[in-house]
Design a protein. Sequence first.
Length: 204
Amino acid sequence: MSAASPRSRTFLGRLKALYPASLILLGIAAAFPAAARDFDPAPQDPSFTEYDIKAVFLYHFTQYLRWQEDIEPDVFTIVVFGDSDIIAPLREIAKKKTVGLKPIVIRQCFEIGQIGRPRILFLAKSALSGIAQVLEKTRGTDILTIGEAEGLGSRGVAVNFVLREGTVKFEVSEKALKEARIQTSSQLLRLAILVDGDKGRSER
């Protein structure tokens, strides 16, 4: 096996430092309740980019969601629709992590017909003009849609990253998750900005 690249070593080293913060966020590090009040990765490592953080969030979402149908028994596929800086950190995570026992496969596409049926579909900002068509394509499927632009949560995207005071937060549409038949942990909902539910906090 070839040695990791400098970029890979640097990212993975910083990733190991960020994982505890992400676990705190999801409420499974009860030994550090004070840190669970908010998630701000900047004190841990200011060199983390917005997309490093979103990639770690996205990976941890897989630990708190359950799909009813196992359509890909051998792999867990994440598709990035459009051009995005999240691809590199997602691929670094995929080298080291799995979802259950399944290796993670990262694909990128630019055409709706190339989406297929992944477990997660990340909708890049660069592809906003085609969001309506993508949501029409995925309606009725169990694809988890994740966006990163204001207002997408209320438009039918299941999980939507937003920036609040320079910190990455996430919205959750329980309606969209229900329509996709994806079960959600109450821990995740308590930490989300809920766009159409009455649990947890409406704003963080």
